[in-house]
Design a protein. Structure first.
Length: 303
């Protein structure tokens, strides 16, 4: 989901911020941002997971140079930014990939939509006990995130690494029930994404969202397996800026996306904060929207 994937990549146990934010109408909503013809809001509140990431300071500075004041709202859990956006407590968020957003929209009845891409990040398998996948003994336990989108992606990584076999062959909807235990080398357990780094010593290996790799005292180069972000089928895992549907054409928000995608300092920070793993993208918005629609339809069909 969010780097910081994919679309997570999920969580991250922290005190919810909704109470603190409740009742605080943002300047953009007061300005009537849904019309697409609103004046530049005094403040644009953007929900993120990882406010300290190196891309955000130059992003805020670059926005200010364009007359846009950005306030970053740092959430401690992947579950928090989408409800906050839906309720109007923030104006945009940037932390998730399309699969994660589709799952949220379907389950909540919300209509959040992508208004721009940021990057795609490989999802990695890490271990403090073993230096490579082949060294993991049969019957050991491997952890994956417990949120639906990142769990499926993590299981696909494990299958590609030869650690498990999925009954369905694997898809963006795979879950623990799809693991063919008789044909798999390891057992799989699901944990909150935020808890996986501290739980890593208790398992043979774990899929760790990029947001939390450094929290585990690891570097991105420590991954013993990962997926391929260049695969055309990876579009659903592209990270995005998300807005409420009525704000999809808001010129201020679209300008912020442009700044993120084109400012050299922001892009350098994005690469640095991902340990060089981020693949920056300027995917056409219509492709993002089409992908979201397809994933949502597929998600509905799975119910």
């Amino acid at each position: 989901m969010s780097r910081r994937t994919t679309s997570i990549i999920a969580a991250l146990a922290a005190v919810p911020l909704f109470v603190a934010l409740a009742g605080c109408a943002t300047a953009s909503s007061e300005a009537g941002s849904g019309s697409g013809e609103s004046t530049t809001p005094e403040v644009v509140k953007i929900g993120v997971v990882g406010k300290g990431d190196e891309q955000w300071e130059p992003f805020v500075d670059a926005a200010a140079e364009e007359g846009i004041t950005v306030e970053l709202v740092d959430f401690g859990s992947y579950e928090q930014p989408n409800p906050a956006l839906t309720e109007g407590e923030i104006d945009l968020n940037q932390f998730q990939h399309i699969v994660y957003l589709a799952d949220y929209n379907v389950n909540s009845g919300a209509d959040l939509t992508p208004i721009g891409s940021t990057a795609i990040y490989p999802l990695g398998l890490y271990s403090t006990k073993y230096d490579d996948v082949d060294s993991i003994p049969e019957g050991e336990t491997v952890a994956v995130p417990d949120d639906a989108s990142n769990q499926a992606r993590g299981l696909l990584v494990l299958q590609s690494a030869g650690l498990i076999e999925l009954k369905s062959g694997g898809s963006i909807f795979s879950d623990l029930a799809d693991v063919d235990t008789a044909k798999s080398k390891v057992k799989v357990t699901a944990l909150e994404a935020a808890l996986i780094p501290t739980s890593l010593p208790d398992v043979a290996a774990a899929i760790i969202n990029n947001d939390f790799v450094e929290d585990a005292g690891l570097s991105y180069e420590d991954a013993i397996a990962q997926d391929d972000p260049e695969d055309p089928n990876a579009l659903p895992y592209v990270n995005i800026f998300a807005a409420r549907a009525e704000d999809a054409d808001n010129p201020t928000y679209l300008k912020l996306v442009e700044i993120f995608q084109t400012n050299e300092d922001v892009q350098a920070g994005l690469l640095a904060s991902s340990g060089g793993t981020a693949v920056a993208l300027q995917t056409p918005v219509e492709d993002l929207v089409a992908s979201l629609k397809k994933v949502q339809e597929d998600t509905e069909a799975q119910k």
